[in-house]
Write a protein that binds this ligand. Structure first.
Ligand SMILES: [Zn+2]
Length: 64
């Protein structure tokens, strides 16, 4: 199991900027944020996440 990485102010998730990025999803903290970024690219704009996006699988280790 992958343990949480200690907070690093220089390595925060670029999406939520609340959680440290993980090597697995770098530069994001989780698949959720990575999916948000991907959705933005696919839409070609920065619409509000979740408005009309597919919900990513919930990571049991992530708890907002
Ligand atoms: Zn994040």
């Amino acid at each position: 199991m992958q343990k949480p990485i200690p907070a690093n102010s220089n390595n925060l998730c670029t999406i939520c900027t609340q959680h440290p990025a993980t090597p697995k999803f770098h530069p994001f903290c989780s698949a959720r944020c990575a999916d948000v970024d991907l959705g933005r690219w696919l839409k070609g704009n920065y619409a509000i996440p979740g408005e009309n996006a597919e919900l990513p699988e919930t990571d049991p280790e992530e708890d907002y």
